[in-house]
Design a binder for this molecule. Structure first.
Ligand code: NDP
Length: 451
């Protein structure tokens, strides 16, 4: 049977674009459909604009620190319009790069929605049908709103990059990556920021001591965090949003942002109809090779709701090409993935939290918390944390947790050692780089706890 293409990719985000490009480089005939902007969540409405906003929000504090270091400079006002203009010009530039990468690698792109018709056929929104030997689902995910009266008055992280003007006050609902990162961003930009989280402590799932320090430092910097609190009801009151909380409080905010989780983009895609199995959240169920129960259909990235991170989607896309087009079946290794949460302060983490490791085996905990030199000199009270979780039996470092400025950069490097199976003694054999914060990772002599 002959097909229009060897591969049809649905979704032009990190995973889909990488798979399409790498496959095309192997001489495979590839097409890709994207209904929105190329680059996907990470480039257009996630990691990239978020990180640029983190940078923007950190400058007020830097000016104060510079004064403490003897500079005669005064903080000015933040110009949201000027920043927003530059931000969107940068996103346009990046989207152009993504489009060109596809074009230059010979991938045929359709700026349309595509849905499945059968195991080898997709239908585009203009009604044309295309056939392919293999189909890769890479549609990503989208924010979900809680079901409560007035929720439609709130925005999600998709809209925050397009605000007409910065609000004077904002309520951020949720305690995950997105909520906690935007709480820091808004606070840094001078917006009076409140965060409601329904659980006992934000950043559930991360090391308790590390997330406790992040929460404490965020509060020190001015984020008004209310744990054990959720929104009951919202309504418009003049140009503000009235919010009734589960703790009985009623307050007015200029803006409410929900960061209450994300759902895979699998609605109305014809997937269940052709026999592709979907999970409870609508995620595409795949095996270790990204293959669905329909042999010609594979999936990568957030649409599979495994580890929802861009570098993981990219790995999955490349493993798919190895498996299907290079005759080299390659499962994706989801173990020991380093990650950073761009809260203020930043948190970098790889491996098991103290709580997870202690459930699994006897461990030693090495940790130190201190005032870093640069900030202490500037008169800031902020503290950082360096923490290693060590197996008593094998001496391997099972987890590394860093809360500090630049923790994302640090954990990338510590992640190599942990991934290689380094022991505590390997860390100890490494000479410290002085004076740095991360030198503490190789100089902690005695465990603070043995569990
Ligand atoms: P998360 O799933 O991490 O967090 C969702 C938060 O919303 C949780 O605190 C959850 O509470 C809360 N929540 C869920 N439903 C409700 C509800 N009905 N009412 C109130 N609160 C609710 O999702 P995010 O949207 O923050 O992030 C999605 C994913 O994107 C992350 O898991 C991560 O993989 C990725 N990401 C990565 C980043 C990075 O690498 N720096 C940055 C941003 C996102 P509870 O804990 O009780 O369930």
């Amino acid at each position: 049977m002959s097909f229009d293409y060897d591969l049809f990719v649905i979704g032009g985000g990190s995973g889909g674009v990488r798979a399409a490009r790498v496959a095309a480089a192997e001489g495979v005939k590839v097409a890709l459909a994207e209904e929105d902007r190329y680059g996907g969540t990470c480039v257009i409405r996630g990691c990239v604009p978020k990180k640029l906003m983190v940078f923007a929000s950190e400058y007020a504090g830097m000016v104060e620190d510079a004064q403490a270091y003897g500079w005669d400079i005064q903080p000015g006002a933040f110009d949201w319009d000027a920043f927003k203009g530059k931000l969107h010009a940068e996103l346009d530039r990046l989207e152009g790069i993504y489009r060109n990468l596809l074009k230059n690698s010979g991938v045929e792109s359709f700026d349309q929605r595509a849905k499945m018709v059968d195991a080898h056929t997709v239908e585009l929104s203009d009604g044309t049908q295309k056939t392919a030997k293999h189909i890769l689902l890479a549609m990503g995910g989208r924010p979900v709103w809680p079901d409560l009266p007035g929720a439609e008055l709130g925005i999600s992280s998709n809209e925050i990059f397009h605000l007409e003007k910065l609000p004077e006050s904002i309520l951020i609902v949720g305690g995950g990556y997105i909520a906690s990162e935007f709480a820091g961003i808004m606070n840094g930009l001078g917006v009076k920021t409140t965060q409601f989280y329904r659980g006992a402590q934000i950043l559930r799932g991360f090391d308790d001591e590390a997330r406790g320090l992040v929460a404490e430092e965020m509060q020190q910097r001015g984020v008004d965090i209310h744990c054990g609190t959720n929104v009951l009801e919202m309504r418009k009151e003049g140009d503000k949003i009235w919010v009734k909380a589960t703790n009985g409080e009623e307050r007015l905010f200029d803006q409410v942002m929900f960061a209450t989780g994300r759902a895979p983009n699998t609605d109305n895609m014809g997937l269940a109809e052709i026999g592709v199995q979907l999970g409870r959240k609508g995620e595409v169920i795949v095996d270790d090779y990204g293959q669905t129960g329909v042999p010609s259909v594979f999936a990568v990235g957030d649409v599979t709701d495994r580890v929802n991170l861009t570098p993981v989607a990219i790995r999955e896309g490349m493993a798919f090409v190895e498996t299907v087009f290079k005759g080299n079946p390659t499962p994706v290794d989801h173990e020991l993935i380093p990650t950073a949460i761009f809260t203020q302060p930043e948190m970098g983490t790889v491996g098991l939290s103290e709580e997870e490791a202690a459930e699994q085996e006897p461990i030693e905990v090495y940790a130190t918390s201190f005032k870093p030199m640069q900030q202490a000199f500037a008169g800031r009270a902020e503290r950082v944390l360096m923490k290693l979780i060590v197996s008593k039996a094998t001496r391997k470092v099972l987890g590394c947790h860093i809360v500090a400025p630049g923790a994302g950069e640090m954990i990338q490097l510590a992640g190599i050692a942990v991934k290689m199976g380094a022991t505590k003694e390997d860390f100890d054999r490494t000479v410290a780089v002085h004076p740095t914060m991360s030198e503490e990772l190789v100089t902690m002599k005695a465990p603070v706890r043995s569990l």
